[in-house]
Design a protein around this ligand. Structure first.
Ligand SMILES: C[S@@+](CC[C@H](N)C(=O)[O-])C[C@H]1O[C@@H](n2cnc3c(N)ncnc32)[C@H](O)[C@@H]1O
Length: 325
């Protein structure tokens, strides 16, 4: 609904909205369309959550003309604030269930390779939920009940975590900003409640999780950070799709060249640039030349079904067949 209203604002030739778009494209030439549209929605929602009387924007189905009008007004009143958020922030939507896949893959990878210390880094960690959740069986069991693996599921292993790091860009996302990145529907309210619940459930490891500001686009700094901390497992979920392909490739190269061996780099990205649900899990092993297709989920919130990818055995060793021991 809100996305259609943006179309209406563009068609109406609203000068403030056009100024904002050109400012973003000038300052962030690598930004993908999928990221830009979700970022604008989050920035508008962030303001609307604080401004009374903007409910017409989110009324479903609502009056489309009223929505366009309300949006033009909001943009006009808040052009400066919007410019600041669109230039300085990223979409930091995060899902409480996303860790279900890394938990199994990292645990099985460590077991298969006899790794007794996992030095873990989550790139673009957002509010830092994933590094907190790893090995939390209470959170895992609650969410795993709603995810079916096809045709077989990797076994659960406790990950031998030695360190847990997460990095994100300046300014580090706050819970208020993450909330603004959630859509205004009962479905997203429920997802956000899950995030808050997970955050509370994992409070016991807060002191073990190190969250740092680091711009992944600063490749020399990223390389130095990875080398200095001898990371051997790195995840990067729902971040790379925010950039064009050459930027994605440069980040991936930097990670692979600087990780400790044996090492695993896992990425999760929307399967269809956010146009349809679903996400794809890919991996790289240090010293292994090609990207590996590890899993495909029908829903990027990791509800429903996840299908094992053809290359998963390369990462976690001999596969356990459905019904096997
Ligand atoms: C959509 S969120 C995903 C959060 C989390 N990884 C997850 O999957 O739930 C993308 C995050 O990547 C971060 N990000 C984007 N570009 C970045 C960069 N150049 N350096 C560090 N973090 C970045 C954003 O700030 C944002 O918090």
């Amino acid at each position: 609904m809100l996305h259609q209203a943006f179309g209406g604002v563009l068609d109406a030739g609203d000068p403030a909205f056009h100024r904002l778009l050109y400012a973003v494209w000038a300052a962030r030439p690598g930004i993908s369309d999928a990221h830009l549209i979700t970022l604008i929605s989050a920035a508008v929602r962030d303001i609307a959550l604080r401004e009374p009387g903007t409910t017409a924007l989110f009324d479903v189905p609502g009056d489309a003309t009223a929505r366009v009008h309300a949006l033009v007004e909001l943009v006009g009143r808040n052009e400066e604030t919007l410019a600041k958020e669109l230039l300085g922030r990223s979409n930091s939507f995060t899902g409480a269930r996303r860790f279900l896949v890394p938990q199994l893959l990292i645990g099985a990878f460590a077991a298969a390779h006899g790794i007794d210390e996992v030095r873990f880094l989550d790139l673009g960690t957002g509010i830092g939920i994933l590094p907190r959740q790893l090995n939390n069986k209470t959170v895992y069991d609650r969410f795993a009940a709603d995810l079916t693996w096809e045709p077989w599921a990797p076994d659960y292993h406790v990950i031998p975590l030695a360190v847990r790091y997460g990095v994100d860009a300046h300014p580090l996302p706050t819970m208020d900003w993450v909330r603004a990145c959630y859509g205004p529907s009962p479905y997203y309210e429920e997802r956000f409640e899950e995030l808050l619940w997970s955050f509370e459930q994992t409070a016991d490891v807060e002191g073990d999780v190190v969250i740092r500001e680091l711009d992944m686009l600063d490749l020399p700094r990223l390389a130095e950070f990875i080398r200095a901390n001898r990371f051997n497992v790195i995840t990067c979920n729902f971040v790379l799709f925010q950039y064009g392909e050459h930027v994605q490739a440069a980040i991936e190269r930097c990670v692979m060249q600087n990780m400790t061996s044996p090492g695993l780099f896992l990425t999760m990205n929307p399967s269809h640039a956010l146009l349809r649900p679903g996400c794809r899990v890919r991996g790289r092993l240090v010293g292994h030349p090609s990207p590996l297709h590890l899993a495909e989920a029908g829903d990027a919130h990791l509800l429903g079904t996840v299908t094992v990818g053809t290359d998963l055995p390369v990462v976690i060793g001999g596969r356990r067949q459905a019904g096997g021991g």
